[in-house]
Design a binder for this molecule. Structure first.
Ligand code: SIN
Length: 285
């Protein structure tokens, strides 16, 4: 079957129409994977997913990822609710650019997000193509990050003194569970080669990246801020607008993403799984 793929016309992202993702065979899974690797973010409108369907779809692409610092929705282990009530006053969740759980030893290859309650306006998700950002990066900046190893940590968000920690707003609807474990650190190269495509990308961003291994903190932060300003430029972005019953999957290895607001007074609810590190996928040549 040839997929009906409409590229976004922006720096990444495509919409795939005409599929019922509840019933896909191995051949279709391979085609979706190829499209996912090419476009980095795929949106599938009009999917009538139950939570079972979301889990089954996720498992076509890898094992479930490990979800730290979140309690799952009732009755599930691997599904988190990305939720905000109409009257909620807490700061927006995930408004900073990030790559999901990049502070893990084996961060999730991808994320699936299914739109259940979508406000009539606002609430878009922004993506930034990190393969394109690296390819276009001025050599002078690139030469300063080549071979460097980034120090990742969840502390800024999920430690007791982090943004979602003990002083977070009382009325947050999301089931965030801050913990001392957020102070742990993990090293990853600033520039990584994608296991499946062989393409080089910038991996993650200042925020979950808190320093550069072996570099003075102030110097590292200044460099990371320069990289941040480059990699999040509008020319590398795709702005995704949600519809109810839309499933989006993205590749954390080569895109950043962030939430946006603009829907005060309306509920927003999406169910999320992560596609864990999949050691079984064939590596690129
Ligand atoms: C996320 O970062 O998982 C949430 C993105 C969004 O709410 O748009």
């Amino acid at each position: 079957m040839t997929l009906d793929i409409v590229p976004s016309g922006q720096a990444c992202g495509a919409t795939v129409r005409g599929l019922d993702l509840r019933t896909i065979d191995d051949e279709l899974v391979a085609e979706i994977r190829a499209a996912w690797l090419e476009h980095k973010v795929l949106a599938f409108p009009d999917q009538q997913f139950t939570d079972d369907d979301l889990e089954r779809f996720t498992l076509h692409f890898g094992p479930f990822g490990q979800e730290p610092f979140f309690a799952p929705i009732d009755g599930r282990v691997h599904i988190a609710a990305i939720e905000r009530r109409a009257d909620e006053t807490s700061p927006l969740f995930a408004e900073n650019w990030h790559s999901d759980w990049s502070f893990q030893e084996n961060p999730p290859d991808g994320t699936c997000l299914y739109g259940k309650v979508i406000p009539p306006h606002g609430g878009d998700t922004l993506y930034a193509n990190q393969t394109a950002a690296l390819a276009a990066m001025p050599q002078e900046l690139r030469s300063r990050i080549e071979g460097k190893i980034a120090v990742h940590s969840a502390r800024g968000g999920y430690a007791p003194d982090g943004a979602y920690g003990d002083n977070d707003a009382d009325d947050r609807s999301m089931r965030i569970r801050p913990s001392e474990e957020a102070y742990a650190t993990q090293l990853h190269p600033v520039i990584r080669t994608h296991r499946e495509t062989g393409e080089e990308s910038l991996f993650s961003v200042l925020g979950y990246i808190i320093g550069i291994d072996g570099m003075d903190d102030d110097e590292a932060r200044a460099l990371l801020a320069e990289v941040y300003a480059w990699e999040t430029r509008e020319e590398f972005q795709y702005q995704h607008t949600w519809e109810p019953d839309m499933l989006v999957m993205w590749d954390n290895r080569c895109v950043l993403h962030r939430a946006t607001g603009g829907y005060d007074g309306y509920d927003r609810l999406l169910h999320r799984t992560t596609i864990g590190y999949n050691a079984a996928v064939p590596a690129s040549a």
